[in-house]
Design a binder for this molecule. Structure first.
Ligand SMILES: NC(=O)c1ccc[n+]([C@@H]2O[C@H](COP(=O)([O-])OP(=O)(O)OC[C@H]3O[C@@H](n4cnc5c(N)ncnc54)[C@H](OP(=O)(O)O)[C@@H]3O)[C@@H](O)[C@H]2O)c1
Length: 264
């Protein structure tokens, strides 16, 4: 992980799960990490588990408050003078059918998962251009490759990220700006606890899919390897990621299999 030494890395969703582990592994690799999410206390706890805590910066951020993104970005540039990686990781999942999910919940998931990532990246992009370098790491999902039961808006928000960031990658290639879209399958994090039900309340349950999923340390290891190799897209998980290839090459079989999956 030599490429991260002394690099400035901004991680959103840093208080929990994949974001927390990204901060820990990046600090071990010698990076200077900006930790962002809404829960400042949670971020300070993560900081206490990182190497060289004084090198890093806790910067609370709500992905729904995009009017604050320019100011937050300037704070980082004023402190470090440069920014190399934006790990667009913060997000929320869904546990409700398309029929039941209320409009305010649809809008909230899109606000955090899509507009949050896109508008934060737009705040950072001018600095990446000035530097003539920068790397956006986008936490999509296997749900960004196909729809699934009880995930209509979540899946839509992740699909939308592919269209947006694939286009941005093409446009900014000549400015030496890279994009890696990461699509995890089932990873063992508290994501299902924080997922929203039809009325916006938390699902509050640790689903079997999560608890039986890939260990988060292993997942983040693979994310950082994909970034290091400058991969355009990487699928990370267990046998569930084969569904992506089955859908591409044997679509009729895909629909037969996926219809029989448990709706959790
Ligand atoms: N775990 C999986 O199986 C899996 C699979 C595919 C993709 N992913 C993706 O990986 C990313 C991380 O998920 P995770 O599994 O680590 O879930 P998690 O443990 O629930 O963490 C989600 C993070 O997002 C932050 N967040 C939520 N709403 C926010 C908001 N309005 N503003 C700022 N931050 C917000 C949370 O922080 P605060 O509450 O402190 O704000 C938290 O740090 C997500 O984008 C998710 O879609 C996860």
């Amino acid at each position: 992980m030599l490429m991260f030494k002394n690099k400035v890395c901004w991680v959103t969703g840093a208080s929990s799960g994949i974001g927390k582990e990204l901060c820990i592994q990046l600090s071990k690799a010698g990076a200077k990490v900006i930790l962002s999410s809404r829960n400042e206390e949670g971020l300070l706890n993560v900081l206490s588990e990182m190497q060289s805590p004084s090198e890093h910066y806790v910067l609370p951020l709500n992905l729904e408050k995009n009017e604050e993104f320019d100011e937050k970005t300037k704070k980082i540039i004023n402190k470090y003078g440069e920014l190399h990686f934006l790990f667009n990781n913060g997000g929320i999942s869904q546990r409700a059918s398309a029929f039941d999910t209320e409009e305010q919940v649809i809008r909230k998931i899109m606000e955090v998962n899509f507009f949050g990532q896109v508008l934060l990246s737009k705040a950072v992009l001018p600095f990446f251009r000035q530097q003539k370098m920068g790397h956006f790491v986008i936490l999509s999902s296997i749900s960004g490759k196909f729809g699934f039961f009880l995930r209509s808006t979540y899946s839509a928000s992740k699909h939308a990220l592919h269209g947006y960031f694939e286009s941005l990658a093409l446009e900014e290639n000549h400015n030496n700006i890279k994009v890696t879209l990461v699509c995890p399958g089932k990873i063992n994090t508290p994501i299902s606890l924080n997922a929203l039900k039809s009325d916006g309340k938390f699902h509050g349950e640790m689903d079997d899919n999560q608890s039986g999923g890939m260990d988060v340390t292993h997942c983040v290891n693979k994310i950082l390897l994909a970034v290091q190799k400058q991969k355009k897209e990487d699928l990370i998980g267990g046998k569930e990621i084969w569904a992506v290839y089955i859908k591409r090459f044997l679509p009729a079989l895909f629909w037969k299999i996926i219809r029989k999956q448990k709706a959790v």
